[in-house]
Design a protein around this ligand. Structure first.
Ligand code: BGC
Length: 317
């Protein structure tokens, strides 16, 4: 039976799992990314984690059939990460070559959100024959996008699609790590929600959120639920922009399902009900809308499960 390792490279942690052919996770663990050490150090960390996973599963290293790495950022020729807006120093990083050299195993490189979309499609929210057209938005440090069309992952003509976090929603808006302004990830990612609440607190707005340093996306959602007006307006702005973005995605792709993953999706119905409200208001009413807006089921595991699945699809016998 084949064994594949999936690694999900995030700004804070690298999550990994060793999966068998059928998609069952045999071992999993997570380590800090230490992104301040730069790309070479992060690749060492990826290699360390992969080898720990094989040890955990008592699998000899040369019996690992492939390693899939999900990375933020659009990819260039030769598995180069062109730019990862949320990882310091990540410009034109030869991740494929660096990982092949370190691991000496076959490596598949994939965008992190594409990996998560494939994971949710394979064994999560979209699993089963009936879903063949699905979009995943990961709401974390940035916003990642993955699109499944006709049961296959879509990555565009140049492996730079679908970068749905960089859909521009405010042409004169907030500066983004990608070099543009007004991208949806600056308004509706988990970091954007926390940052906007911090900005408004810093500007002296009244709120039950008092200590700026402790403001997280989760704290903002909790304060909003408890009736804090400032937190509520931050949450509503984010959900409104997400709802509008979903309408745009439905106009372009006509999917059966849009799935929300990433840290902010833990807000559950507080997120979903508001996104749906804007979606219902702004979508066409020519017939009953047939797309389902829903939450991820694999959450933090989607990225490594999908990365292993992509390795199996690309490198498997
Ligand atoms: C990057 C994407 C990535 C997403 C989530 C965005 O800023 O451009 O490639 O999928 O963050 O990490």
């Amino acid at each position: 039976m084949g064994h594949y390792i999936g690694l999900d490279l995030g700004g804070t942690n690298i999550k990994g799992g060793l999966l068998d052919e059928a998609g069952t996770t045999v071992a999993q663990r997570s380590i800090p990314t230490e992104s301040h050490g730069g790309p070479g150090h992060v690749m060492d960390r990826l290699n360390t984690l992969a080898r720990q996973l094989a040890d955990d599963a008592t699998l000899e290293w040369d019996r690992v059939d492939g390693i899939g790495v999900g990375t933020p950022g659009p990819l260039g020729d030769g598995d180069v990460v062109l730019s990862a807006p949320n990882l310091p120093g990540w410009k034109n990083v030869p991740l494929g070559a660096g990982m092949t050299e370190r691991t000496k195993r076959p490596v598949a490189i994939v965008n992190d959100a594409d990996a998560a979309a494939f994971g949710e499609f394979w064994t999560g929210a979209g699993a089963g024959e009936s879903i063949q057209h699905m979009i995943l938005l990961t709401l974390g440090t940035g916003i990642g996008g993955g699109v499944i069309i006709n049961g296959k992952l879509f990555s565009g003509a140049h492996r730079a699609g679908a970068e749905l976090g960089h859909v521009i929603v405010e042409p004169q808006g907030r500066p983004c790590g990608c070099g543009q302004v007004g991208c949806i990830e600056r308004y509706a990612s988990a970091s954007a929600v926390a940052n906007e609440a911090k900005r408004r607190l810093g500007a002296g707005e009244a709120s039950s959120l008092t200590s700026i340093d402790e403001v997280s996306c989760r704290a903002v959602f909790e304060a909003a639920e408890a009736g804090d007006a400032m937190a509520l307006s931050v949450v509503e702005e984010a959900c409104d922009k997400l709802g509008t973005t979903c309408v745009n995605l439905v106009r372009i792709f006509d999917p059966q399902m849009i799935v929300f993953g990433g840290g902010m999706a833990h807000a559950g119905d507080a997120l979903l009900s508001r996104v749906r409200a804007t979606f219902d208001r702004r979508t066409w009413h020519v017939r009953e809308e047939r797309v389902t807006l829903t939450l991820a089921t694999l959450f933090n595991d989607a990225g490594f499960i999908g990365a292993a699945g992509m390795a199996r699809a690309e490198l498997g016998a």
